[in-house]
Design a protein around this ligand. Structure first.
Ligand code: ATP
Ligand code: MG
Length: 408
């Protein structure tokens, strides 16, 4: 396994001082999965005090849990003393953390076999629970008795589904059974943690792996209604708002309810809600309809909406793809679809003799409406002429005639 210099130096210093030191957890898992680890955690037999004495720059980031951060230049390495956790009376956090000097015991308290491996250059991979085999087979399995492990900490249930969704793995039969049996208990986990795991699950490459949990109804306290298929979710683009909107559509859940219960951040909520609103509209079939939708939604939201509509329904896919092509063409051509793209401004209208006031805005909106239908008419003279005709009391029936008269 490749380790960054800072981690190697850390392990080496610990060993030279007579302690054990290993890269553990997520980084070993990611490396074996062929992914680039986000960060590297080191586990050691040295106590935090001993670690602090060994390195020149150490920050006491989580002393309660036996964690300090060792700084190598700018590079931080989290070093945690081997530990076990005792008593989980709240179904989430251990009542007490006990520091120990045994790596295997430390690995045994970890949640999943794929997360319970250690590596050091001198010992190679240490994998007492078959994590490497599970990675090869694509299996998520709890360390030890899954029923006990999930009862200790319900967050582990969500973590199991999260790793299934991000890695594309399946839950082992016993692990799945225990997860579903205890799933009701997830309601005791804080909204923040549930949301964190759920969002990572939803934005994974295989979010439909969440299906058994959704189907069990265990996520109802979070506003997610039970359904028996989330298949289509995997085909949508992996952005938070898109996946949330898709989840709402597929499960018939109410975004507002879900947003409140999960305490969704404002931005994700707003984006998802815009998508849900836009996708209620029919897929545009003409360029003029596309321009109108561009005016209402803007290019990004329209593209994402069309994509979502096509991804969720194979029946809608051809029409959505065609509309997306038209959108691209319209944008490349630079057709006007916003007030500020009109060839006249309020200023121009005032100079042409229109009285300043709210009527100007209304006239501009009407001009935009005409231009959305016929982008060729977006010329100052034509639009001014049109506005004057309206101003002089002629009805909108004359619009086309007036425009054509000007052009030809
Ligand atoms: P990622 O950082 O990608 O979320 P990770 O596995 O590194 O994945 P962390 O939350 O950083 O997740 O946890 C580090 C390690 O601590 C995990 O690999 C696992 O061994 C252990 N761990 C984390 N959360 C739990 C938990 N709830 N129960 C038991 N062990 C856990
Ligand atoms: Mg991590």
């Amino acid at each position: 396994m490749w380790l960054p210099d800072a981690v190697l130096a850390c392990i080496k210093t610990l060993k030279q001082a007579g302690f054990q030191g290993y890269a553990v957890g997520g980084c070993v898992r990611d490396w074996l999965c062929g992914l680039k680890p986000k960060d590297y955690d080191v586990a050691t037999s040295a106590t935090p005090e001993q670690v602090t004495a060994l390195f020149p720059r150490v920050v006491p980031t989580g002393l309660k849990y036996g964690t300090v951060t060792v700084l190598f230049g700018k590079e931080p390495v989290e070093v945690t003393t081997f530990r076990v956790e005792d008593g989980y009376s709240d179904g989430r956090r251990p009542d007490q953390v006990r520091l120990i000097d045994n790596l295997i015991e430390d690995l045994a308290r970890r949640d999943l076999t794929i997360n319970a491996m250690a590596f050091s250059p001198t010992t190679g991979l240490i994998d007492p629970f078959g994590g490497e085999r599970d990675i090869r087979r694509g299996i998520i399995r709890a360390v030890g008795d899954p029923a006990v492990r999930f009862e200790e900490d319900r967050l582990r249930i969500l973590r199991a589904f999260r790793f299934a969704a991000t890695l594309g793995y399946r839950l082992d039969t016993d692990t799945l059974k225990a997860a579903l049996q205890q799933a009701k208990g997830i309601s005791s986990v804080s909204a923040e943690r549930v949301t964190g795991e759920l969002m990572r699950t939803l934005t994974g490459a295989f979010p439909s792996r969440l299906r058994p949990l959704v189907e069990s109804g265990a996520l109802l306290p979070w506003g997610i209604r039970p359904v028996s298929s989330l298949f289509a979710l995997d085909f949508t683009s992996p952005q938070r708002a898109v996946r949330l909107a898709a989840l709402c559509l597929l499960t018939g859940s109410d975004l507002e309810d879900l947003g409140l219960r999960l305490r969704l951040d404002r931005r994700t909520y707003k984006e998802a809600s815009q998508l849900l609103f836009e996708q209620t509209k029919p897929i545009p079939t003409t360029e003029s309809e596309v321009r109108r939708r561009l005016c209402e939604a803007g290019p990004d939201l329209l593209s994402r909406t069309l994509r979502l509509q096509g991804d969720l329904s194979s029946a809608a896919a051809p029409a959505a793809a065609f509309a997306a092509q038209m959108t691209g063409r319209i944008l490349r051509r630079g057709d006007p679809y916003q007030l500020r793209m009109l060839a006249v401004t309020g200023e121009d209208l005032i100079q042409a003799g229109f009285a300043p006031g709210p009527a100007i805005k209304r006239t501009l909106m009407r001009l935009l409406d005409a231009v959305l239908k016929d982008p060729g008419s977006n010329q100052k003279q034509i639009l001014l002429r049109l506005a004057l005709i309206w101003e002089n009391g002629k009805g909108p029936k004359d619009d086309r005639q007036a425009m054509q008269g000007e052009r030809f």
